[in-house]
Design a protein. Structure first.
Length: 165
């Protein structure tokens, strides 16, 4: 009789644990926004001021809002705390919107921000709740805007677009 009671309690604990793990898994998955677009472009060993990287994507739902961010992957050879970028967004009608973005890659003490040890990954939010004005293909172009004609240490530049539900 005592063994049967212990087995029932163990079964209940096991079922409760399974239900809790399932609930936690669902809550983690439901909190993430769906990635609409994410792409990286590898930068040359020395990123020349005139070299642009391009990201092209198609917007079918311009009634929805999107979160747009830049992803930067740099190594320990990057000599500066910040990175200036010239960003342009070409819309389907040919109109180009331009912006200059300063990305802080390290704190005041030289500690790299973001994740990583020898390759550091940092996500820089550009626009939250952004609504594209029309449907069609968009191209985002990015080039470095530092005073040096070439810079080292930037390995990849990426664009991430999440669709808000």
């Amino acid at each position: 009789m005592g063994i049967l009671k212990e087995d029932n309690q163990r079964d209940r604990r096991y079922k409760l644990l399974c239900v809790l793990l399932l609930g936690l898994s669902i809550s983690f998955v439901s909190c993430t926004k769906p990635v609409f677009y994410e792409q990286y472009q590898t930068v040359d060993t020395q990123w020349d001021k005139n070299r642009e990287v391009f990201f092209t994507f198609d917007i079918a739902d311009n009634a929805a809002s999107y979160n747009i961010s830049l992803n930067i992957r740099n190594n320990n050879l990057y000599p500066y705390q910040n990175l200036w970028l010239f960003c342009a967004q070409e819309q389907p009608d040919g109109v180009t919107l331009r912006d200059t973005v300063e990305c802080m890659l390290a704190d005041d003490f030289g500690k790299w921000l973001g994740a990583g040890i020898s390759l550091h990954h940092l996500n820089i939010p550009l626009h939250n709740q952004y609504k594209f004005p029309m449907q069609g293909p968009y191209t985002i172009s990015i080039r470095q805007g530092m005073r040096d004609n070439t810079i080292v240490g930037i390995e990849q530049i990426g664009v991430r677009i999440e669709k808000n539900l």
